[in-house]
Design a protein around this ligand. Structure first.
Ligand SMILES: NC(=O)c1ccc[n+]([C@@H]2O[C@H](COP(=O)([O-])OP(=O)(O)OC[C@H]3O[C@@H](n4cnc5c(N)ncnc54)[C@H](O)[C@@H]3O)[C@@H](O)[C@H]2O)c1
Ligand SMILES: N[C@@H](CCO)C(=O)O
Ligand code: NA
Length: 436
């Protein structure tokens, strides 16, 4: 048998412990496929005493994870700590500087520092791999980077956050409150250390930025991703959407369009959307993730599976290790960093589509007239409107409408006209309606 690939593992939480369990349980098949045993030699985390349900006595414990890369008995580092900066980034930089490969599940770090890390890895001739960072166990990085490598990808659309999908689909099934369902998602280990990243769409935005770089060969630029979260989606929106034949899902979409002066422009957005029954993302429930990609020769590709949790995420981490052991690493993105194209953002206001708009209003005469006047003045045409009967005199009323297909800037303009109106009790919520 060939020499083992000796691994330093930083981070022993949900994913780190999952990697240890996978390497224990599947040791023989993983070793056979890698062509050599994958052997953890050193581990590091915050709390040495914590019981993680795995035997750590076999490994060297390191108090300072950032020093693990320099060990002579380590060939490769697996970073499962998290955080875009801090010790995870120091460890990643140290690892590459030591001429060693890095496997990470850290989408925040790759979204913010992926270009610099990939550039350093290319100069050092070492691997940087992050399959687990995007859609957990789904081999979508590999699928787009390798499987679909012969295509010009026109668009990607995905459910990229298991926590949000679990929350939305559980609210839909049970009518439970947002806060209770969030606690369940955290208990399952789906949520990030700071769940606001999940709820605010930031985690999905990290993943979308990485996918765009791979799918379109775009120079990764996280600041270009527009992100809206799900915290303002109410049970009443879910019920209205259902009446209209839609489910609500947090969807990340990215696509390219021709730029006026030649070349391409890129639009990257994460938003809660109304998804029609016939759409491939409509039946993606629980912590499941899915990505739909349109290739110019492959046609529509659908990747679906568990986007979070210990087992699925460990599966992706170890797949990357197997690639490295086989010597199949290649560039971190689809092309070397210097060949990624710096694409300008496309104008979202010019995009046309149907939208769902929900207002919460004070129950008094003239409110509906004020809203519809703003729609008229902005050139937004109303397709249907539901006003939920008032619960009590002077109470809050929900007005939910679907507007006909039109440029997004007209909806923005209608809402601008209503800004500061005393009739509205909270800012309106706009959700795009996806085409089937
Ligand atoms: N949980 C999932 O389903 C999932 C899925 C895909 C990707 N990820 C990513 O994997 C990484 C790990 O996620 P997790 O869910 O396992 O997290 P976790 O919170 O369960 O575990 C993090 C581990 O890192 C250690 N750690 C954190 N900060 C540290 C510090 N400053 N110094 C030393 N040790 C520190 C903790 O002690 C713990 O062992 C993150 O980047 C996350 O985004 C997680
Ligand atoms: N917090 C993330 C973990 C997987 O990246 C999610 O909920 O999808
Ligand atoms: Na993945």
């Amino acid at each position: 048998m060939a020499e083992p690939l000796r691994i330093a593992l930083a981070g022993l939480g949900t994913v780190g412990a999952g990697v240890i369990r996978l390497l224990d349980e599947n040791a023989a098949l993983v070793g056979a496929r890698a062509g050599r045993p994958l052997q953890i030699v050193a581990v590091s985390a915050r709390d040495r005493a914590k019981d993680r349900g795995v035997d750590l006595s076999r490994y060297d414990w390191c108090d300072d994870m950032t020093a693990m890369a320099a060990r002579d008995d380590v060939d490769i580092v697996v970073e499962l700590v998290g955080g875009s900066d801090g010790p995870a980034l120091t460890l990643a930089r140290n690892t590459i500087a030591q001429g060693k490969g890095l496997v990470t599940a850290n989408k925040a770090m790759i979204a913010h520092h992926g270009l610099a890390l990939a550039e350093a890895a290319e100069s050092a001739g070492v691997a940087l791999k992050f399959e687990a960072a995007v859609a957990g166990g789904i081999p979508v990085v590999k699928g787009l980077r390798e499987g679909a490598a012969a295509n010009a990808i026109e668009s990607v659309q995905g459910i990229l956050n298991g926590t949000c999908n679990f929350i939305l689909s559980t609210m839909e099934d049970s009518g439970a409150d947002f806060a209770d369902v969030l606690a369940q998602a955290q208990a399952h280990g789906y949520a990030e250390a700071d769940p606001t990243f999940d709820i605010e769409g930031i985690d999905a935005a990290h993943k979308l930025a990485i996918l765009s770089a791979i799918a379109f060969g775009a120079r990764l630029d996280f600041a270009q991703v527009h992100a809206e979260g799900i915290a303002r989606v109410r049970a009443a929106d879910i019920a209205r959407a259902k009446d209209l034949g839609f489910v609500i899902r947090l969807v990340g979409s990215a696509d390219v369009e021709p730029a006026p002066g030649g070349g391409q422009r890129l639009l990257q957005r994460v938003r809660p959307c109304l998804v029609p029954d016939g759409h491939p993302l409509a039946h993606v429930d629980g912590p499941t993730n899915a990505v739909v990609a349109q290739g110019n020769f492959s046609g529509r590709l659908l990747f679906q599976g568990a986007g979070a949790g210990d087992g699925p995420t460990a599966s992706a981490v170890v797949a990357d290790l197997i690639d490295i052991a086989r010597g199949e690493a290649g560039p971190a993105f689809s092309v070397p960093v210097g060949d990624l194209a710096p694409l300008e953002p496309a104008d979202a206001g010019e995009r046309t589509g149907r939208n769902y708009i929900r207002f919460t209003v004070a129950d008094r005469p003239g409110v509906l007239a004020e809203i519809t006047a703003a729609m008229r003045d902005a050139g937004v045409s109303i397709e249907s409107l539901i006003q939920q009967g008032r619960q009590k005199e002077g109470g809050e009323v929900l007005v939910a409408m679907v507007v006909h297909e039109g440029p997004a800037r007209t909806v923005t303009e209608a809402l601008r006209l209503l800004e500061g109106s005393e009739s509205l009790t909270a800012p309106p919520l706009v959700m795009p309606i996806l085409a089937a």
